[in-house]
Design a protein around this ligand. Structure first.
Ligand code: HEM
Length: 361
């Protein structure tokens, strides 16, 4: 059935029944009928990140039905999800892989926006809210890692919370806040579970709503031309060629989501999420390794003094979050922003090298 959300007369059937009561037509019209520049290239990265968050909400809710957040029962409940619950292993593995892909696609989304300078006027606030989303997503990875309560989870959290404890001034208080005591214990597991399944999802959903509202209000950036600034003569440029957001852009987006879903199921089936022996606070494993996205920090800490290894990543994240406040030039083309692009290339090379060496045992 086709529905014309824009027409003034309500359509028949169920849609008409709802429309006569709620008058949603104009709202949906404003939401869906946004023209976007034909040469806006998002590579669907933000949308894919959004899709992966949706997958996490669904699979996470299913896992929470069977998971017990106490040191006595957590490990056994994960074992039981994997071997007793129908398709439990698949749901858990999809959750594991979608978490990794969400971080990967988020990083690519940020990189695309940086290269196209879409953080500049008027999108500074969209980027700042995005910074919050980035921190929350990293928080998801950090808190979720402990939940299986196996050796890897336990000891990576011991090391991770120790690193947080090294932050100047607030470190000791942060360590106590995260662990809920001096050691990683039942209190830590309870906190991480609450933060992972309640606090972070609510925060992410709220900020995501703001982020998408801003994107909707401003439209997508045109990577070829800077946005005309108020009070200054608009530079000459050819008229913008536009395409409809609905259905053209949405359809492409859904095809991308479908491909990501297929990749997820293949990855989850071929490489199911593993489980090490149950956590033992008295037996320190020989090698403690974090997830791939923390490997650079982990390696940095091995080669520089602890304070530098803790302060440098925190400072870097802060600089990235407030980037639009100090990079206020009007140029958007990468070849006209050689310093910004050179800094990004240097940073990426440093991260790749640190991650590579961090991955070696
Ligand atoms: C959970 C995390 C995030 C989700 C789901 C998300 C989603 C989206 C979506 C769907 C768009 C529309 C364009 C596109 O598909 O690329 C978008 C645009 C944008 N995002 Fe995000 N985003 C996230 C995090 C971030 C982060 C971390 C930043 C930067 C620090 C950021 C900055 C922006 C900006 C500046 C735009 C406007 C781009 C333009 O107009 O071309 N986002 N985001």
């Amino acid at each position: 059935m086709t529905t014309d959300v824009g027409r003034s007369e309500a359509p028949g059937g169920a849609v008409g029944w709802v429309e006569t009561r709620l008058h949603l037509g104009p709202f949906l019209n404003a939401l869906l009928h946004v023209p976007i520049p034909r040469n806006a290239k998002t590579f669907y990265l933000g949308g894919i990140t959004l899709f992966l968050f949706g997958i996490q909400v669904v699979t996470g809710t299913l896992l929470a039905l069977y998971y017990s957040p106490t040191p006595d029962a957590a490990y056994e409940s994960v074992l039981s999800i994997t071997s007793d619950v129908s398709f439990g292993w698949l749901i858990r593995s999809v959750h594991h892989w979608a978490a990794n892909l969400m971080i990967l696609f988020l990083a690519l989304h940020v990189l695309r926006i940086f290269v196209q300078a879409a953080y500049k006027y008027p999108r500074e606030l969209t980027w700042l809210v995005g910074g919050g989303l980035l921190l929350i997503t990293i928080g998801f990875g950090f808190t979720g890692y402990l939940l299986p309560w196996d050796q890897r989870a336990y000891w990576a959290t011991v090391v991770g919370t120790e690193i947080a404890g090294g932050v100047p001034v607030i470190g000791p208080a942060l360590l106590l806040l995260l662990r809920g005591g001096a050691e990683v214990s039942e209190a830590t597991l309870g906190r991480f579970f609450g933060i992972h399944v309640l606090v972070l999802p609510l925060l992410l959903a709220g900020l995501l709503g703001l982020h998408l509202l801003f994107v909707h209000q401003q439209g997508l950036a045109n990577p070829k031309y800077p946005e005309p600034r108020p009070g200054r003569p608009a530079p000459a440029r050819p008229p913008e060629r536009l395409k409809p957001f609905f259905p053209d852009y949405i359809l492409d987006e859904v095809i991308a989501w479908y491909a990501v879903l297929a990749a997820l199921v293949i990855l989850a089936s071929l490489f199911p999420a593993g489980l090490e022996p149950k956590a033992d606070p008295l037996v320190t494993p020989e090698h403690i390794k974090p997830e791939w996205y923390f490997l650079a920090v982990y390696q940095l800490l091995k080669v520089v003094p602890e304070t530098v290894g803790v302060v440098a990543p925190v400072a870097l994240v802060l600089v990235i979050v407030v980037l639009p406040l100090f990079d206020r030039g009007e140029e958007v083309l990468p070849r006209r922003r050689p310093i910004a692009i050179a800094c990004a290339v240097l940073l990426l090379v440093a991260l790749a090298v640190l991650t590579f060496y961090g991955a070696q045992v």
